[in-house]
Design a protein around this ligand. Structure first.
Ligand code: AMP
Ligand code: ZN
Length: 474
């Protein structure tokens, strides 16, 4: 039987490294806060979604299946306002941006979550949760028909974000909630009473017409699809407070059970020292970068190259490093594929079923081990290029395990390799290769080997192919 290997991640709640193990012994339940669909997601958003994708891939490839749920926020102030500005219904408008999000995800090779619920499609579940919270005395209705969670009723509030009660009452918490009438500044909306500017974007509830607050959707949908307690919850670091703190309060007050066991937060993508965000106007979308000539795989590479627990500063020249690195991996992949006797390209699902213990990963075992150690992608890439250097110098030493090891690693990172670019060799190199071809025709193998080494010393590798030779940069 295949023994799963253990992935460790940094858990925000305990501020320690924790093993990721499925509580039910079968699958890791994984909930990610998804996009708000009112415009293209920017690459800062994608940094978070891609790290979550790598997390899932590493778990699956190390032998632990994952049930991945990621919501779509398709009703909030931003989606309502933007749909009205466009003269479209909320449904029509958010469906368009959801589709665009899916297209960008596919281009950057993200695995789709198995379940992708939308907030609008789960109003009933959210109302039911509010009903229970009211019944248990954790929520109250304000005069205008909005319903608030009473933070004071949940003494554990602040455990995740380490926010103190004093800070809570002196800071406004989230998204325009201060427009509403609540008992304490810390209290947050579970239900927002309909306002004239919402147009026809409201639903009926026992407290009057309105719509659910943003925090509630994640509590309701994670509970529905993963149960009241599940393994891992994730989002960008900005969601720690108040969003995730509020999710914990609502869910645990409602169900009486521990909500998520581990919390995985991704540190921000920055531009010139500031968080990349739509509101700051310092953002790039995938389309912006494609228009500048970058491939989606290069953008993905650039977004994972830094450790998820550190700020990653985005620059266009920095992103240019992705192309030669991916080219080098593509040449290596081709070299190892040949050395392994051209096996059929193993699919992701097949690699997940394989026993990817260190012995089976050849020279790429240390790289995969770095991923298991708190998703250390920069270290994994360093290990990969170190192995690449060895294999480029000694192609004959390549084993089948090296090929599969590289495939596992590329799948873990979700890197789709571009076709190998053919670089025209200079005249001098081609002349040497021609001389070598002649030496081989004359069966003068000593001379042929000598010329091969001379070509290599000049930075090119000559390879024999049917009817001739190929030259590639070494
Ligand atoms: P939103 O669509 O605004 O709800 O955000 C979707 C996800 O992107 C959330 O997990 C955010 O925390 C995350 N996010 C937003 N800005 C950034 C950024 N600059 N870097 C990394 N993640 C971000
Ligand atoms: Zn959420």
């Amino acid at each position: 039987m295949k023994e799963p290997q253990t992935l460790r991640i940094h858990d925000t709640l305990t501020d320690t490294l924790q093993p990721v193990l499925p509580a039910d012994g079968k699958r890791v339940g994984f909930y990610c806060c998804g996009p708000t669909v009112y415009a293209s997601a920017h690459i800062g958003n994608f940094r978070t979604f891609i790290v979550q994708d790598v997390f899932r891939r590493v778990l699956e490839l190390s032998g632990t299946p994952v049930k991945h749920v990621r919501n779509i926020t398709n009703v909030d102030d931003k989606t309502i306002k933007a749909s009205q500005d466009q003269g479209q219904s909320l449904n029509e408008f958010t469906a368009y941006w959801t589709e665009k999000f899916h297209a960008d995800c596919a281009a950057m090779n993200l695995l789709g979550p198995q379940i992708e619920p939308g907030a609008v499609e789960h109003i009933a579940e959210q109302i039911e949760m509010i009903r229970v919270l009211m019944e248990k005395g954790h929520a109250y209705r304000a005069e205008d028909g909005s319903v608030y969670f009473r933070v004071e009723s949940f003494p554990q509030y602040g455990r995740l974000s380490k926010v103190s009660e004093r800070e809570l009452t002196t800071t406004t918490t989230a998204r325009s909630e201060d427009e509403y009438d609540r008992d304490s500044l810390a209290d947050f909306a579970l239900w927002k009473a309909a306002k004239p500017e919402d147009g026809d974007n409201f639903w009926e509830s026992p407290w009057g017409s309105g719509r659910p607050g943003w925090h509630l959707e994640c509590s309701a949908m994670s509970t529905k699809y993963l149960g009241p307690g599940f393994d891992v919850h994730s989002g960008g670091i900005d969601l720690t407070f108040p969003h995730h703190e509020n999710e914990i309060a609502q869910s645990e007050a409602c169900t009486g059970e521990t909500f998520a066991r581990l919390w995985l937060h991704v540190v921000h993508l920055m531009v010139d020292g500031r968080k990349m965000s739509k509101s700051l106007g310092n953002m790039y979308t995938l389309d912006d970068l494609k228009a500048k000539g970058f491939l989606p795989a290069e953008v993905r590479y650039g977004l994972i190259a830094g450790h998820y627990r550190k700020h990653l500063n985005f620059t266009l020249p920095g992103l240019e490093a992705a192309r030669p690195n991916l080219q080098r991996l593509a040449r290596l992949d081709r070299q190892l594929h040949e050395a392994a006797g051209h096996p059929k390209l193993p699919k992701y699902a097949a690699l997940c079923k394989r026993d990817n213990n260190p012995d089976a990963l050849g020279r790429f075992a240390p790289a995969f081990a770095s991923l298991l150690d708190n998703l250390n992608v920069p270290k994994a890439l360093g290990e990969t290029f170190r192995a690449a250097g060895e294999l480029e110098k000694q192609p004959a030493a390549a084993t089948e395990a090296d090929y599969f090891g590289l495939r596992v690693l590329l799948e873990a990172l979700g890197l789709e390799l571009p076709p190998v670019e053919v670089e025209e060799a200079p005249e001098e190199i081609r002349a040497l290769a021609e001389a070598r071809l002649q030496a081989r025709a004359d069966k003068d193998f000593a001379k042929s080997d000598e010329l091969r080494d001379e070509i290599l010393a000049l930075g090119w590798r000559v390879k024999d192919v049917k009817g001739g030779y190929e030259l590639e940069p070494a």
